[in-house]
Design a protein around this ligand. Structure first.
Ligand code: PLP
Length: 261
């Protein structure tokens, strides 16, 4: 294995490209780099969007995704994988195949369904394939509330229901589940996230940061967790550090937008 950045863990992101850099692969690469890891990337879809509007997308073929990933695995020993936007059933199937056929580590899967502007980022028939083929291969899945509801079939309006959904998703095959409570309406003053691993449920409570949600925060969080795992931190520690990193990114974005206006 020829790894030019010897000693620096390599983190692979398999995700969509957002040219405005708010979400997707650019957000992933910035995050992975900030955690002192080397980012490598395979693009699943070129999206045409900026921070206001989603204009459309040109999805890659399964072959294109496979060729990108194999070019990476031929050169690098990948220490952790983050998976984001997978637009079509054939791409989901191909990514599941790549994870099980190569020596890639079990991935952190952000089951991206919609953009923050409400545009669907995955074709309807791909959702079932995501559940049946990719979820059982995941080290961790990181759904927000609407994603957890869609994948588990449960309605979530409370911390108790977040716990139930996390347990259900683990029963469906994921080794660990982090349900992100950012979309919970009756949250009080805390932001709640539920991490369910085999023999342990951990609830993270953090101060609710008021303001617009940060586009790409799910991408940043899942990449940060993958970078933590690549650096051999435990899953709980990786999630805790990733949450601190996202909270800082949200605060920075808010103070930047206040300065602009
Ligand atoms: N990936 C891509 C390419 C996107 O465009 C988006 C949202 O627009 C996402 C992922 C999901 O973003 P978020 O982290 O805000 O859930």
């Amino acid at each position: 294995m020829n790894d030019p950045a010897k000693g620096v863990p390599v983190v692979l992101t398999i995700a969509g490209f957002d040219p405005s850099g708010g979400a997707g692969i650019i957000a992933d690469i910035k995050t992975i780099h900030s955690f002192g890891c080397k980012p490598v990337a395979a693009i699943t879809s070129l999206t045409f969007q900026n921070s206001e509007t989603f204009f459309g997308a040109s999805h890659q073929t399964a072959e294109s995704v496979r060729s990108q990933v194999l070019a990476i695995t031929e050169e690098f020993e990948v220490a952790a994988v983050k998976i984001g936007m997978l637009s079509t059933a054939e791409i989901v199937r191909e990514v599941a195949r790549l994870v099980s056929e190569t020596n890639l580590p079990a991935p952190v899967v952000d089951p991206v369904l919609r953009s923050s502007s409400g545009h669907s980022l995955i074709e309807e028939d791909a959702i079932g394939v995501l559940i049946s083929e990719l979820l059982p291969l995941a080290r961790l899945i990181t759904p927000n509330i609407p994603e957890a509801e869609r994948l588990s079939g449960l309605t979530i309006t409370s911390e108790g229901e977040m716990r139930e959904a996390a347990q259900r998703l683990r029963q469906m095959g994921a080794r660990a589940v982090l349900v992100k409570g950012g979309h919970l309406l009756n949250h009080g003053s805390d932001a709640i996230d539920v991490l369910d691993q085999e023999d342990e449920v951990c609830v993270f409570r953090n101060e609710w940061i008021k303001g617009r949600t940060l586009r790409g925060s799910g991408c940043i969080l899942s990449s940060a967790v993958a970078a933590g795992l690549a650096k051999r931190k435990s899953l709980t520690e990786s999630v805790r550090d990733a949450k601190v990193f996202v909270a800082d990114a949200i605060r920075q974005a808010l103070s930047f937008s206040r300065k602009r206006w």
